[in-house]
Design a protein around this ligand. Structure first.
Ligand code: PCA
Length: 322
């Protein structure tokens, strides 16, 4: 008996020595069926496979582990080893995080990718200062206006209860005279059901995820900007991995980025079709509404440049360079 126990203890000790398994948490703010989350799950499966099960990443969808605006700090503090954030949620901390939330600065997938390339080196530096790594980003589909009644101009949005998801969408509300209330995606369906909000700007993706068509019948396809989610990693947790595991994580991240951008592009039209099937009117903005929203964008770019200073100007110049 004693001999057996010793052998068992020995075998456990030796197996854990050559097979140390690491478990990471990956909080995200969006539902499990959202394309960003599906991409994260695929990423985690790829890492599991590439490391032979050495690094197990658990994706916690729909703000179940941390509320969306808290995920960045959780990763920085090591409460989560990695996480998915909406970059423009952090524009008050540092304007560069919010450059992809400025209306009509980059309003197509190609422009958005170009903006990302100009923004990425700056973000890598900032996140490194904060003890984190930028693994990858994926753009949301272009943002349009969900509203209960038909609108012809921005003036028609006056006094409307408007859901904001970041400082930029709150600023848009102020500029058009709507009443902003900040509500994260995980609470959006409830905010519509209880009448807390009656309008908002977002993608077809979030409109579909939250069954917006049950409460709101119009989507004005302004294609105003494409905000990005970013997947970030705690640097100390990363450094504690062996080299092959680090390489596997980075490779799976790069693949998730390519796959995510392609899926976003492809699903954009699918989501709009699904909304239509569920009774939503997908409307092209009138010339007046388009002009009004463009003006809002011009004001916000001006305000952003004032806040971001020379660093911001350099970023915009790099983006605009042909
Ligand atoms: N969906 C997220 C952010 C941008 C988007 O398309 C949301 O509405 O919260």
């Amino acid at each position: 008996m004693r001999f057996k126990l010793t052998l068992a203890a020995l075998s456990i000790a030796s197996s854990s020595a050559c097979f140390a398994q690491t478990r990471w948490d990956l909080p995200s703010g969006y539902p499990a069926t959202n394309f960003h989350t599906e991409n994260l799950i695929q990423f985690a499966a790829d890492v599991d496979k590439a490391t032979g099960g050495k690094l197990k990443i658990s994706v916690h969808a729909n703000a179940s582990l941390f509320k969306a605006p808290e995920i960045k700090r959780a990763v920085q503090g090591g409460q989560a080893q990695m996480g998915e954030i909406l970059l423009s949620n952090f524009s008050n901390e540092w304007p560069v995080f919010g450059v992809d939330g400025i209306p009509f600065l980059a309003d197509s997938y190609d422009a958005s990718m170009k903006l990302y390339k100009a923004q990425r080196p700056l973000m890598e530096r900032k996140l490194a200062e904060q003890g984190m790594l930028l693994l990858y980003t994926v753009a949301w589909p272009p943002q349009g206006i969900y509203v209960k009644k038909p609108i012809n101009s921005a003036a028609d949005l006056k006094g409307v209860k408007w859901r904001a998801y970041n400082p930029a969408t709150a600023r848009i509300a102020e500029l058009v005279g709507a009443q902003p209330v900040t509500v994260q995606a995980a609470e959006l369906a409830q905010a519509m059901a209880t009448g807390v909000i009656e309008s908002y700007m977002s993608s077809g993706s979030t409109g579909y995820d939250t069954k917006t068509y049950e409460h709101i019948k119009y989507f004005y396809d302004t294609q105003a900007w494409l905000p990005k989610n970013a997947v970030i990693v705690n640097k100390a947790a990363f450094d504690a991995l062996d080299k092959p595991t680090q390489a596997a994580l980075q490779k799976a991240g790069a693949e998730a980025e390519t796959r995510g951008w392609a899926t976003s592009r492809q699903k954009n039209t699918e989501y709009l079709d699904l909304l239509k099937k569920n009774g939503m009117n997908i409307v092209a903005p009138s010339p007046q509404l388009a002009t009004d929203m463009k003006k809002v964008g011009d004001t916000m770019l001006h305000e952003w440049l004032q806040k971001a200073g020379p660093e911001g100007q350099t970023l915009i110049d790099a983006y605009k360079k042909p």
